[in-house]
Design a protein around this ligand. Structure first.
Ligand code: ADP
Length: 493
């Protein structure tokens, strides 16, 4: 501080002298102003979020996220809380001589709430929260990554001291970018140096430090991580953050629809059932999109119709302006009805909606609802799925005697499922080693299985061409039909 006053005094003296001899000081004053603002920004005196120079790391005093704001993920929350209690209960930990917890690794698909969990962890442990993403560390210049890691750890310590906190959480997203298996990057050693620096910093965390640091890493590719990082004493805890199940989805939908006006008829349980495979981020976006739909339709409450449309949008993307010509549209409607018919015949109650409104890359689509969560698949299940995939092209074939390129995606899916069936030992080849069985043999069995399913679909269509035609007509007219309506037609046919 004394230095600052001395320099200010000297600066003032020089300024007065220069003004006295008639020098124009405008550029100097401007430069000094810019310098001062930059100083405040780097010192974190402007606002609560602090940017580390040359790096996007962000420091927060209060992340504003509590564990109650995170839906589903009960197991992940429990495991994380258990680990965090070590941080909170320092006295007991030291009494028992337990090694301090240095790192927690959150692994799971994108959008499942890993960042949210890390932020909630910071609040729970009354820590400063510093975050950065793996990709920000890596540049073409050697040593930059390592020095950024050092800066990140220093920043966390400084910030915590400044506001009298004893804990800091450093959150590193996409940690696989820097903590991938060492030696795997042939281009340069930058990644390895960055990883080494993280390991050095983590090894340097001591139990009696003034500020206790816990590093939380997040990745959706846990398999890519160098084993050095998961060794005891580094990322000691690994917490899996999976896609939510139906109950979890319901919980997340409840959290995000709080404060939004939902119509009486809205049944979030039904929405949870219809959104199999959605992450927390998808569900958040779904509720937001539904509110936008309601706004566009000038409604005061969000209705089920808005939610259904939002589901389609989240899965397939925004509606396209470009409309197919009437001939194409008829083919698309027939194609989707074909999928739906096979789906409903093989798995009653499985059709959620049918549409011919072009969205994203698709001209139309049939959405299936999952009646129950499934983690293992039998041969019968997989073959039924292949038949459902082929239903679209086979319906086109029935009416036009050929199919269009619209079936390309279905074929890709159908071949991938048959391959899955073969490599899992469920085909006539029995249990095989994929590399040793030979590509041609596998291909031969694949073609056989696909041909069998094609015949099966054809026989299911037999005697149902009138129904196929009628539903196609209504779909063309209404652009969208519900699974319930479709089932009624099937029953009365
Ligand atoms: P990740 O870090 O796993 O990629 P995020 O934590 O960044 O995912 O989640 C992104 C957004 O998605 C969050 O801001 C939140 O709105 C929503 N979200 C994700 N998972 C959940 C969840 N389990 N509960 C509530 N909201 C969630």
């Amino acid at each position: 501080m004394k230095h600052l006053e001395l320099w200010l005094g000297i600066g003032l003296g020089i300024t007065v002298f220069l003004l006295w001899i008639g020098v124009d000081l405008t550029p100097v004053v401007l430069l000094a102003g810019i310098g001062f603002v930059l100083y405040l920004v780097t010192q974190g005196k402007l606002g609560r979020n602090v940017q580390i120079a040359g790096n996007q790391a962000i420091t927060r005093v209060d992340t504003g996220v509590r564990f109650d704001d995170i839906g589903g993920q009960e197991i992940a929350k429990r495991e994380l809380l258990e680990a965090l209690d070590f941080v909170r209960d320092q006295a007991r930990i030291q009494e028992l001589g337990i090694r301090p917890l240095k790192g927690i690794l959150l692994t799971g698909p994108p959008g499942t709430g890993k960042t949210l969990l890390a932020k909630a962890a910071a609040n729970y442990t009354d820590s400063v929260f510093v975050s950065a993403s793996g990709s920000e560390f890596v540049e073409m210049y050697a040593g930059v990554g390592a020095s950024r890691v050092r800066q990140l750890f220093n920043k966390a310590r400084q910030m915590a001291k400044k506001i009298n906190k004893h804990n800091a959480i450093i959150f590193i997203d996409e940690i696989e970018v820097i903590a991938g298996k060492r030696g795997g990057h042939t281009s340069h050693l930058e990644y390895d140096q960055t990883l080494n620096q993280i390991l050095v910093e983590m090894d340097g965390i001591k139990p009696d430090e003034e500020v206790k640091i816990v590093v939380i890493g997040a990745t959706n590719r846990g398999d890519l991580l160098d084993s050095a990082i998961t060794r005891p004493g580094r990322f000691d805890r690994q917490v899996k953050v999976d896609l939510p199940d139906k109950e979890g989805r319901m919980h997340i939908l409840n959290i995000h629809s709080k404060g939004k006006p939902l119509a009486q008829e809205v049944n979030l349980e039904e929405v949870a059932k219809d959104t199999f495979g959605f992450s927390g981020a998808h569900l958040e976006s779904l509720i937001n999109e539904a509110a936008i739909m309601a706004y566009r339709r000038d409604r005061t409450v969000i209705q089920m119709e808005d939610i259904r449309e939002a589901i389609d949008k989240v899965i397939m993307g925004e509606k396209l302006e470009r409309r197919p010509n009437p001939g194409e549209l008829k083919r698309v409607a027939l194609h989707e009805t074909g999928h739906a018919l096979i789906s409903e015949l093989l798995r009653p109650e499985s059709v959620a909606t049918l549409t011919v409104i072009p969205r994203g890359k698709a001209l139309g689509f049939m959405r299936q609802s999952q009646t129950e969560e499934q983690y293992l698949y039998t041969k019968e299940y997989l073959l039924d799925q292949v038949a459902i995939c082929l239903g679209g092209a086979m319906a086109e074939d029935l009416v036009y005697g050929n199919w269009s390129t619209g079936a390309a995606n279905d074929f890709e899916q159908a071949t991938s499922i048959t391959k899955q069936l073969i490599v899992n030992g469920l085909s006539r080849l029995g249990i095989i080693q994929e590399d040793l069985a030979g590509k041609e043999r596998i291909h031969e069995v694949m073609t056989e299985l696909l041909e069998e399913q094609k015949q099966r679909v054809r026989s299911l269509f037999k005697d149902r061409s009138l129904l196929l035609n009628n539903v196609t007509g209504v779909l063309l007219q209404q652009e969208k039909i519900s699974g319930a309506w479709f089932r009624e037609q099937l029953k009365s046919a």
